[in-house]
Design a protein around this ligand. Structure first.
Ligand code: G3P
Length: 217
């Protein structure tokens, strides 16, 4: 399973990259706003800065909602850097734009996916990635992981190559469960990735090893 980090924070992206386990980055307008990026030039520069830190795919989201606007914005984003993946919302004009980008060889991430039907449409339109938001489904008492299972089944039934990018991950168990189900990618906050490291038996065991090592040094 690939690990993406879900942030626009350059320090956090560098930290995850330094761990050696990072395969890419996802951003969205909320995450960009959170790090204080504003104005078109600053936003575009920030995407390039992210691409220069990591070696994998970097999702950059369009804010247009009509076909012509999505295409214009997406082509501009894709031209910024070869690692850019154009993130497109799951709306009617978005599906049409996914098909267009696919025909032009521009890679895409279909975002704001909350149902198997939406994921099926994204795959049929040729999306490179589909982003089901599992945490936001859990927030409204709906099983986010069950959606990942449904999409996995549907994509495997028909051999769709669209990669399932589990998004809106909130904690390490989401990552582990997504890995069991067979999500292709998990995009996570840094806190969820680093939480995978921790186990009290590891800490206790290391403490004991280091104490015993003093006896023969
Ligand atoms: O990748 C989508 C993700 O950023 C949404 O996460 O935590 O805002 O639901 P969250």
């Amino acid at each position: 399973m690939k690990f993406f980090i879900d942030t626009a924070d350059l320090a956090q992206i560098r930290e995850a990259q330094d761990m050696g386990v990072l395969d890419g980055v996802t951003t969205n307008p909320s995450l960009m706003a959170k790090v204080g990026i504003s104005g078109e030039a600053a936003v575009l520069k920030h995407y390039v800065d992210i691409c220069n830190i990591v070696t994998g795919d970097v999702s950059a989201e369009v804010i247009s909602t009509d076909f012509d606007g999505i295409v214009k914005e997406g082509e501009r984003l894709a031209a910024l850097h070869k690692q850019i993946v154009v993130k497109v919302p799951m709306i009617k004009d978005g599906v049409k734009a996914l098909k267009y980008f696919s025909s032009k060889g521009i890679r895409t991430n279909c975002t704001l996916v909350f149902s198997a039907g939406q994921a099926l449409l994204a795959a049929k339109a040729g999306a490179t990635y589909v982003s089901p938001f599992i945490g936001r489904l859990d927030d409204v008492s709906t099983d986010g992981l069950a959606l990942i299972e449904e999409i996995r089944l549907i994509y495997d039934n028909y051999g769709f190559t669209t990669q399932i990018l589990a998004a809106s991950i909130r904690h390490p168990m989401h990552i582990i469960d997504c890995a069991k189900i067979g999500a292709d990618v998990a995009t996570c906050p840094l806190s969820a990735i680093t939480a995978l490291l921790r186990h009290p038996l590891t800490d206790n065991g290391l403490k004991q090893f280091l104490e015993d090592a003093k006896k023969f040094q």
